[in-house]
Design a protein around this ligand. Structure first.
Ligand code: TPP
Ligand code: MG
Length: 694
């Protein structure tokens, strides 16, 4: 690197004769079509490459400039992040890929890669205008778009999180015999995230051929690379994952193109991921609002001399033999396409809120499946039987988590499954909860049906972004199902302390787009796992650990999935409605028995989306509501549940509703402290007596 942190001195890739010069050699740029170029395994000659690469790069630069202008005039919403300086990397990396087959997780400076992988200029303008024809129907901002059906995965903002999604999609597509590769893009800044490590490690262990392309453009917003990392090259990190890594000049489109082609060729016989670092400089500020004046002038000047756009234009003349006039003709064609795209997009109105489909849940695909019965099972058996059923009846289902394979999972609920279904369907994964969910989300996009086990519900908080914000918003943003079943062994009473006793139903219930079930009996556990699996939205099933190997009962499931999504009533009465879920159902039943008759015990069972009508009717009948939750009042769903019950119901109550909850502290460890902390039948019975006989 030069003293001002300028471009590395990299040998230009030799302009060797091509293996194959596929036609066409001239790029048709029109407003309503994606860019069509020959894909792998074709390798273009330099003479054929530049007439395709240059107009694509020119389109990117000019269309973004036009969008910036529209932003300044108030038409474009959000902001505009410029790709200037990155076009060579984006073009070189995207051109070899097959749209609709190879998997791509692009970043905010990959404008042209979207155009090469299926988006049209018109669609991108609509997306920036947030109009009714935008690919996300105006539901998400400028760069957060894609086409999941075509495997161009819609980006979420949280840097790093899309890497594992690309790994999962690539893995699942290859598992079904497809010859595909993944491209997952990340910046120098994003390379510092935990998910960067999790995703690459996971891909390395599972030998998933994803090219992790690091766009090192010297800055992460205003933060220079010396404050971001200490290694010489970000590709040096590849050694730590036992994979190959390379650093190249990201301003040289031909070098990027040929290196990517070589990387894919290497991955073909011996699939494994690779890190490719492409060096460039972000030639403008981070986004429309940033002048970028923290970049030293000499450094900017040094890199401007290597601006990939004029450099590629020059090669169009020198190598492809274009005349000035012919180059200008290409540019005029691009400008015309831009004008048409902008003209057409500006004529489309913004989405009409009243006609908008305000749904965050995808509709169910199936309402009936094969029935199942077992005369006697404990809750842990019910889990195993449900998993066995799901893996047996669904060839694309797979179970993944930590120690779910040979060990049969920490609570032995997966015992025997690996022997029956093999290590490709019952997968032990590294400790990477976040990447595990990203991986499952990605896999679900090509038809795989993931079932995840978190070792303890507590550790699912590691994946809060992936579960709540990525998977949970996927259908709303991308219009595609995200059928993930997530199992969370949860709850206290086992003296395991604050990090192994949580439930977190309060946390998960805060994310629109997630479904949450909390069964209390073997029958309910079986039903919850089946309903959660066959639903096409991400579903979390809370499995209380205390009940795994204690209570038993029969399982009789008639196969009617639609009937599962309802609250459960255990006793009838007209003196008080007692609502509990998870292990607290049994404490509530014990308390109800202790105080005598008249108590109607309910379990909402489905904690999101709530269906409280039957419970509301019960409260209207009894005039008293007591809610019990195992965790602290602040952490659970009790108060919101009481709120929802009363906001939408007209009652005349005998007394104010009450909540029995744990103390407002983390779960303590010592048995005496924990049993003081948790609600129990005695505390519940005392509350019932207070309310019924004040
Ligand atoms: C996890 C996370 N933290 C912070 C941000 C806000 N943010 C958006 S882009 C950006 C800079 C990213 O830098 P880099 O990864 O180098 O990509 P570049 O913008 O330089 O292309 C930041 C901090 C984010 N999107 N995600
Ligand atoms: Mg950067």
């Amino acid at each position: 690197m030069d003293p001002v942190g300028g471009p590395p001195t990299v040998q230009a890739a030799p302009h060797a004769p091509s293996e194959c010069d596929a036609q066409p050699t001239r790029l048709g740029v029109v407003a309503h079509e994606p860019l069509d170029v020959p894909r792998r395994p074709h390798v273009l000659s330099p003479e054929a490459f530049y007439p395709l690469a240059y107009p694509a790069m020119f389109l990117s630069r000019q269309l973004e400039a036009r969008l910036l202008e529209l932003f300044r005039k108030g038409y474009v919403k959000g902001t505009v992040t410029s790709s200037a300086g990155n076009e060579a990397t984006a073009v070189g990396a995207a051109m070899p890929l097959r749209p609709g087959e190879d998997v791509a997780a692009l970043l905010h400076r990959d404008f042209v890669a979207h155009l090469l992988l299926g988006a049209t200029p018109y669609q991108l303008v609509c997306q920036y205008l947030a109009n009714a024809e935008s690919p996300t129907h105006g539901r998400e901002g400028n760069v957060h778009h894609g086409d999941a059906a075509q495997r161009r995965l819609p980006m979420m903002s949280h840097l790093g999180r899309m890497l594992s999604v690309a790994v999962g999609t690539t893995w699942a597509a290859r598992r079904q015999g497809e010859d595909v590769f993944g491209l997952a893009v990340i910046g120098d800044g994003g390379s510092s995230t935990g998910e960067f490590h999790e995703a690459i490690n996971l891909a390395a262990v599972r030998r998933v051929p994803v090219l992790f392309l690091v766009q090192n453009n010297n800055y992460s917003f205003s933060t220079p690379t010396e404050l971001q990392y200490r290694c010489a090259n970000l590709s040096d990190r590849a050694a730590g994952y036992g994979i190959a890594g390379k650093t190249i000049d990201g301003t040289d489109a031909w070098e990027v193109y040929t290196t990517v082609q070589q990387a894919l060729a290497l991955m073909q016989p011996d699939p494994e991921p690779m890190i490719l670092e492409c060096r460039a400089l972000r030639l403008q500020g981070h986004a429309a609002y940033d002048k970028g004046d923290y970049v030293p002038r000499e450094k900017l000047e040094a890199w401007r001399r290597r601006d990939p756009l004029p450099a590629t234009r020059q090669r169009l003349l020198d190598i492809a033999g274009y005349s000035e006039g012919e180059a200008a003709e290409l540019e005029a064609e691009v400008e015309a396409a831009i004008e048409e795209a902008v003209h057409d997009a500006l004529r489309v109105g913004r989405p009409e809120p009243k006609r908008h489909a305000w749904v965050s849940y995808c509709s169910r695909a199936r309402s009936r499946v094969a029935p199942f019965a077992a005369p006697r099972a404990k809750n842990g058996d019910a889990v195993r039987l449900a998993l066995n059923y799901l893996l047996e009846h669904n060839g694309r289902a797979f179970l993944a988590g930590q120690d779910v394979g040979t060990y049969g999972s920490a609570f032995k609920t997966c015992k025997g499954l690996i022997e029956r279904f093999g290590a490709e369907r019952v997968m032990d994964l590294p400790i990477c909860e976040s990447a595990t969910v990203g991986f499952a989300l990605g896999a679900s996009q090509v038809g795989a049906e993931p079932i995840l086990e978190f070792q303890f519900a507590d550790f699912a908080t590691e994946a809060t972004t992936q579960i709540g914000l990525n998977a949970g918003t996927w259908f709303f943003r991308a219009g595609r199902p995200a059928p993930l079943l997530m199992r969370l062994p949860c709850g206290g009473g086992l003296t395991l302390g604050a990090f192994h006793s949580g439930e977190f139903e309060g946390l998960w219930s805060c994310f629109p787009g997630l479904k949450l079930l909390y069964p209390a009996t073997p029958q309910e556990t079986f039903e919850a796992l089946l309903a959660g699996f066959y639903d096409r939205t991400p579903c979390l099933v809370l499995e209380h650990k205390l009940m795994y190997w204690s209570r038993s009962g029969p399982i009789e499931f008639d196969g009617n999935l639609a009937d599962v999504w309802r609250p459960r009533r255990y006793t009838e009465g007209d003196r008080l409605t007692l609502v509990a879920f998870g292990a607290m159902v049994h404490d509530a039943l014990a308390a109800a028995a202790e105080v005598g008759g008249g108590i109607e015990v309910w379990n909402p069972f489905v904690l999101r989306p709530l269906n409280l009508d039957p419970i509301r009717q019960s409260v209207a009948k009894t005039g008293r509501l007591l809610l019990v939750q195992e965790c602290a009042a602040a952490a659970g769903i009790g108060y919101p549940l009481i709120g929802e019950l009363f906001c939408q119901g007209a009652f005349s109550l005998q007394c104010p509703p009450e909540l029995v909850a744990a103390t407002d502290t983390p779960v303590p460890f010592a048995p005496e402290l924990e049993s003081y902390y948790r609600p129990n039948p005695g505390k519940i019975a005392a509350a019932i007596r207070r309310m019924v006989h004040p």
